[in-house]
Ligand binder design. Structure first.
Ligand code: CP
Length: 318
């Protein structure tokens, strides 16, 4: 892939929304990885790549963020466009203006909207009423930019193939949902380990199982951490209490305690296993310091790759 290829590939993507992993085919995901790899190399070599010169990207946040906000702001700037940060509280949305009217207004000013929202329906309504690309920067259902950055990281490290066992240890939350959909789409066997009652939503399970069948790989769910982690090539974990679940903190801490990723559990995986976490982490809860800072951790490579994959997404969609 070279820089001039991006223009040709763009025809297939331009103007589309990215609300879910289901919006992309396997071939399109691989194209995104190739563009991300190219842009990452150019950025590291100090070569400018102003693919979105003169454009403006609205970055709408209903919830706090470090990685999503900073990587989208920096990535937009590196592509030559202007990142317009919009906090929900500072907009008329916070005083009752409808999502539809906000979408119809924003599309007159900006070239795309990235939204971090409480409800997936907010993104769907923005996409319905704004005739510009809408990108999911985390909702209650999915976190597709996170999963794409994570699998781009595994692709770089040669861990994205049929013999690589991907294990998600923790809550069947939005991150887990996007990872399950993407892993099975890309033909990587997926295991979800959680306490009873914290499984993925049934619709996600059905979609992931269907993709797994098509790709002749396994999709499994277990409540037994020792059994699930055995022979893992990739172990991914996430916080036990997501944003908005603070009232459940004490119960969740009790339920998830046997599911902590520590050295003892890690020792059951393959010797070259990699450890992933979308961050922010609660050190000492879902993951111990020794694992997070240990030789298997690729957690900060993941964090960096949010920047590169989102630049590829913007460069192709906008
Ligand atoms: N992983 C992730 O989305 O991080 P932030 O909440 O800091 O954006």
């Amino acid at each position: 892939m070279n820089y001039s290829d991006i223009k040709k590939i763009k025809k297939q993507f331009q103007g589309r929304d990215l609300l879910s992993i289901s919006d992309l085919t396997k071939e399109e995901v691989v194209l995104l990885f190739e563009v991300a790899e190219l842009l990452k190399g150019m950025q590291k070599e100090g070569k400018p790549h102003p693919l979105l010169e003169g454009k403006t990207i609205a970055l709408l946040f209903e919830k706090p963020s470090t990685r999503t906000r900073v990587s989208f702001e920096v990535g937009t700037y590196q592509l030559g466009a202007y990142p317009l940060f919009l906090s929900y509280q500072d907009l008329q949305l916070g005083r009752g203006e409808t999502i539809a009217d906000t979408a119809r207004t924003l599309e007159r000013y900006v070239d795309a909207i990235m939204g971090r929202v409480f409800k997936q329906e907010t993104l769907e309504e923005l996409a319905q009423y704004a005739n510009i690309p809408v990108i999911n920067g985390l909702s209650d259902r999915e976190h597709p930019c996170q999963a794409l950055g994570d699998f781009f990281t595994l692709w770089e490290k040669g861990k994205m193939h049929k013999e690589s066992k991907f294990v998600f240890l923790g809550d069947g939350n939005n991150v887990c949902a996007s990872l399950a959909l993407l892993s099975t789409k890309l033909g990587v066997p997926f295991t979800h380990i959680s306490p009873p009652g914290y499984e993925l939503p049934l619709k996600i399970q059905e979609s992931a199982r269907r993709e797994a069948e098509e790709n002749a790989i396994s999709f499994s769910i277990t409540h037994n951490p020792e059994e699930g982690i055995k022979d893992a090539d990739v172990i991914y974990t996430d916080v036990w209490v997501s944003m908005g679940q603070e009232e459940e903190r004490e119960k969740r801490k009790r339920d998830f305690l046997p599911y902590q990723l520590n050295s003892s559990l890690l020792s059951l995986a393959k010797s070259n296993v990699v450890v992933m976490h979308c961050l922010p982490a609660r050190r000492g809860e879902e993951i111990t310091d020794e694992v997070m800072d240990g030789p298997h951790s690729i957690i900060f490579d993941q964090a960096e790759n949010r920047l590169h994959i989102q630049k590829a997404i913007l460069a192709l969609l906008v």
